[in-house]
Design a protein around this ligand. Structure first.
Ligand code: SF4
Length: 292
């Protein structure tokens, strides 16, 4: 049976990730005499991290002391952003800091700061352990009293009394969250607060990717989501699509072998990929499927 295989238009690197990867590589080319350290994984994709490592770009959790007096090494801040102390610490250790925080993430940080400065109790909708969320919280917290991070409505319930007492509540959301999640948080907060200010800070790239993938899923009997299982936007895509049609989430084409039967019986197959999935990985998946 001939298969109809369709790749979503907005699959793979978003502009923020593209900028981070391209700029970091360029930094290495232009600064051969300097060591380049990226704080945390530049993007959630082990293939890209290995590629950077082969180019001599180090991924670290903590910056080593900068011993060289002749040359200033470079510290790269990834697209997720970082706490103000992280910038300060890098400068104190003598690093030149290159800030590649995505401009959309910067906007969330700015909105969060404005809300706490204006006296709102800030609620960040997102995963507490996600680096983007940690950075938003760390940037906002010094400007106000209290910041709540909640991945969903359930985790907000323990703050109910505090929310009622505060009356003025401001909301921002992790850039890669699902709009349905933001909606349910807003529905929960509305009756508890006197004034509720919401900034929908889901980035345009995520919204577009999700809505396009949903449409593709409606006309497909199988959706394949390609990308790291550590990537928030990729796992959200898989969650959304599995509510529409049969969906599998793979990191590389090798995993297709685990779903042979499912692929063989599917006629219309849609493919999408997270914002941190490189083109060559998507192309390998396409190629393997075309050979089925
Ligand atoms: S997913 Fe959105 S916020 Fe995150 S790096 Fe890409 S464009 Fe920026």
């Amino acid at each position: 049976m001939k298969k109809n295989i369709k790749l979503a238009k907005h699959a793979g690197f978003c502009y923020g990730v593209k900028r981070a990867v391209e700029t970091t590589k360029k930094l290495k080319t232009e600064n051969k005499d300097k060591e380049i350290f990226v704080l945390g994984e530049l993007i959630h994709n082990s293939h890209v991290i290995n590629e950077l490592s082969n180019l001599g770009i180090h991924t670290v959790d903590e910056l080593p002391c900068n011993n060289s007096s002749k040359c200033t090494n470079i510290c790269v801040i990834r697209s997720h952003g970082a706490a103000p102390e992280v910038f300060e610490n890098a400068k104190q250790k003598g690093y030149e800091v290159v800030d590649l925080t995505c401009l959309d993430v910067k906007k969330v940080q700015q909105k969060a700061i404005e809300l706490v400065q204006d006296g709102f109790l800030l609620v960040i909708v997102g995963k507490p352990e996600h680096p983007e969320v940690c950075a938003i919280k760390a940037n906002a917290q010094p400007h106000g009293e209290k910041v709540i991070v909640a991945p969903d409505v359930k985790s907000l319930e323990s703050f109910e009394e505090e929310i009622k007492k505060h009356k003025r509540v401001g909301v921002v959301v992790q850039t890669t969250q699902r709009i349905e999640n933001l909606q349910s948080v807003v529905n929960y907060l509305l009756p508890l607060s006197k004034e509720l200010k919401v900034f929908n800070t889901i980035c345009a790239s995520t919204s577009l990717r999700q809505s396009e993938a949903k449409n593709l899923a409606k006309e497909s009997d199988l959706m394949i989501v390609v990308g790291s299982k550590k990537s928030a936007n990729t796992t959200h895509l898989a969650e959304i699509l599995s509510g529409i049609t049969s969906t599998i989430h793979i990191e590389t084409d090798d995993e297709l072998n685990n779903y042979k039967e499912l692929i063989e019986k599917s006629t219309n197959i849609g493919i999408t990929a997270g914002a941190s999935t490189p083109d060559n990985i998507i192309n390998n998946v396409m190629e393997k499927l075309n050979n089925y």
